[in-house]
Ligand binder design. Structure first.
Ligand code: EPZ
Length: 416
């Protein structure tokens, strides 16, 4: 298995251009199969999760063509195919095929999703939504079977604010008869991105970005062209890496509004932040203040960025507290940071982080963002040595051209 090797201690400097968002792409690609004609997605990130989704659409008899950062999906010959096993198990977001196939064919059989298993991640709210729309849902030998003779709009209150459930219900409800209202909906920018695509395909969705979404079902949806929003989690990771290495980096092709929670926290630590129209410049300082960070649903500080943030907190002078209110135990990376010399105590859903230097070590990424935390940690090491990170396949799921981007900014990083 490949490893990432990092000789830290080099301040990052230069510009990094952020690609399209992974968590949008993995919802937009299945959304496209609700159309009867060609959908073109621009600003597509080059990630292993996107490659797996390409194969999934091909299994459904869609024609998929990729040219640089563009994906052309022709779903006109799409077939309803049962997928109890195989590629669906390789990524979590395969659950979006449930909503999309249900909307298109009135049935879906999809194996329970795989992906980053940093803790149990139930899909009960997705299922509650499908049932409210009139589908029968059963779990047969680890595959979810969903069938509806007719999908009918309904009022659905989500017990937990869930990105996946909000999107999955929007997908199915777009082709239901009548009006669906989702209450207590999630507000993440990726949800707005999916609704923008669906509306361009002929759906009638309003209220995205608020907690109440109204979807008026339509009989037919058509192709369109859509540009994927920039990846705010990748952008946040580079902002953190710039600060952690005391560098000077322009994080380009971003929507600064999507990064407000992270910019505010970095400012509070003493990092210099300059916001431009579509870029953020981050200039590190020799010393940082400790801060308290609470990972929350959007527009709060993203849970997906709390792991790399933890690595930055080790660089502050004093004690910081990092609490994740979205996932209660997303801290599998902490023992790995401890191997690098970090002083972190776990208490319930919080990590208590004492500032201090990190050292090179052999560590393992246990999930995507754990990998990002280890990369940031390794970049801060000034005492020499090489950090070897295994589990690179997780990192490749969500960071487009990571080695190239960091190398261009002066990092000593390579694959072996
Ligand atoms: C999305 O996962 C993202 N994945 C995750 O990104 C991200 O961590 C998460 O949202 C939270 O922002 C994709 O977009 C593909 P949720 P999702 O449903 O939709 C609980 C990354 O690193 N819940 O919003 O699966 C759940 O356990 C990844 O890029 C239920 O209880 O997350 C969690 O505590 C990993 N029942 C909370 O809600 C449900 O039916 C939020 O989860 C659904 C969720």
């Amino acid at each position: 298995m490949e490893k990432l090797l990092i000789a830290g201690g080099k301040p990052l400097s230069g510009t990094v251009t952020i690609s399209g968002a992974k968590n949008s792409a993995v919802a937009l690609i299945p959304a496209a199969i609700l159309a009867e004609s060609t959908v073109i997605l621009d600003n597509l990130p080059d990630l292993s999760d996107v490659a797996i989704y390409t194969e999934l659409l091909e299994e459904l008899n869609a024609t998929v063509e990729r040219k640089d950062d563009q994906m052309i999906i022709d779903p006109s010959a799409l077939r309803s195919v049962h997928m109890p096993n195989g590629n669906v198990k390789k990524l979590r977001a395969s659950y979006y095929l449930m909503g999309a196939l249900l909307g298109r064919f009135g049935e879906a059989v999809i194996g329970l999703p795989g992906g980053c298993n940093f803790e149990p991640r139930p899909i009960d709210q997705h299922i509650k939504g499908f049932e409210a729309l009139g589908a029968r849902v059963s779990n047969e030998a680890g595959a979810i079977h969903i069938r509806a003779t007719e999908l009918r709009g309904a009022k659905i209150y989500l017990d937990v604010v869930s990105v996946g459930a909000t999107i999955n219900i929007m997908l199915a409800a777009s082709r239901a008869k009548g009006v669906t209202i989702i209450e207590n909906a999630a507000k993440e920018p990726e949800i707005i991105d999916v609704a923008t695509l669906l509306n361009s395909m002929g759906a009638k969705i309003i209220g995205v970005g608020t907690e109440t979404i109204r979807i008026e079902g339509v009989n037919e949806m058509h192709g369109c062209r859509h540009s994927i929003i920039p990846d705010r989690i990748q952008a946040g990771t580079y902002m953190i890496a710039a600060a952690a290495t005391r560098g000077d980096v322009l994080v380009d092709n971003v929507i600064p509004k999507h990064l407000e929670a992270i910019s505010a926290k970095l400012l509070e630590m003493g990092v210099h932040i300059e916001e431009q129209d579509e870029a953020i410049r981050v200039i590190g300082r020799p010393e940082y203040e400790p801060v308290d960070v609470r990972a929350l649903v959007y527009p709060g500080f993203a849970t997906d960025i709390q792991s790399p943030m933890c690595s930055l907190l080790t660089q502050s002078r004093g004690t910081s507290i990092l609490t994740d209110y979205v996932y209660s135990s997303r801290f599998k990376y902490v023992p790995e940071l401890t191997r690098m010399g970090a002083n972190i105590k776990l208490e319930g859903r919080s990590a208590i982080v004492e500032g201090g230097p990190l050292y090179a070590a052999d560590v393992r990424a246990t999930d995507l963002r754990a990998g990002a935390a280890l990369v940031v940690a390794a970049l801060t090491v000034t005492s020499g040595g090489i950090t070897e990170i295994s589990g690179v396949e997780y990192i490749d799921r969500g960071y487009d051209r990571l080695v190239e981007n960091l190398s261009r900014m002066g990092a000593e990083i390579w694959r072996k």
